[in-house]
Design a protein around this ligand. Sequence first.
Ligand code: ADP
Length: 185
Amino acid sequence: MTNDQRGVTIWFTGLSGAGKTTIRMAVEQVLRAQGNKVEVLDGDIVRQNLTHGLGFSKEDRDENIRRIGFVAHLLSRNGVIVLVSAISPYRQIRDEVRQRIGDFVEVYVNAPLAVCEQRDVKGLYKKARAGEIKQFTGIDDPYEPPLNPEIECKTDEETLEESVAKVLGRLEQLGYIPASVATNL
Ligand code: ADP
């Protein structure tokens, strides 16, 4: 059996509550429906196993991303489309992972802090403002936006469908998925 699917790592970065998981899940659904081999590395889940025990210092955050990148590389070089959603606040380590993987598509999921805080999907901003959580990205820890992402989704201005179409359209343009996947939405 031949497998001519080109693997790629699609890396969703952005503040907590920006929409990484929501867009990732919708993209995943379309890619799976089209018969692609897909794997997911979700930051919250990874921190419960692969990177269990790591904290939120810059060193630990970088180590978290390095390990996710390592696994993503193994998978994507074997023809899997890997969807990573992780805050991944530091530019340098994202770029390091990009260099290592090669087939790497960065999606900047961008919503203003105020919007993310208003959404407060997991109630974490409230806790961070109350000082119950330290080193919370956007509150008392930095987020360094990508300078040149392949895709930017402004989730306070566009619908989920528009964001998903952007991601799929770019994957199509880059030759990772056939044209029909994006246009059959
Ligand atoms: P993250 O994974 O980045 O922490 P989530 O996906 O868990 O963020 O939460 C994002 C929230 O924003 C969800 O409640 C989602 O319904 C909402 N949202 C509103 N508009 C959009 C959009 N255009 N794209 C993605 N999410 C959106």
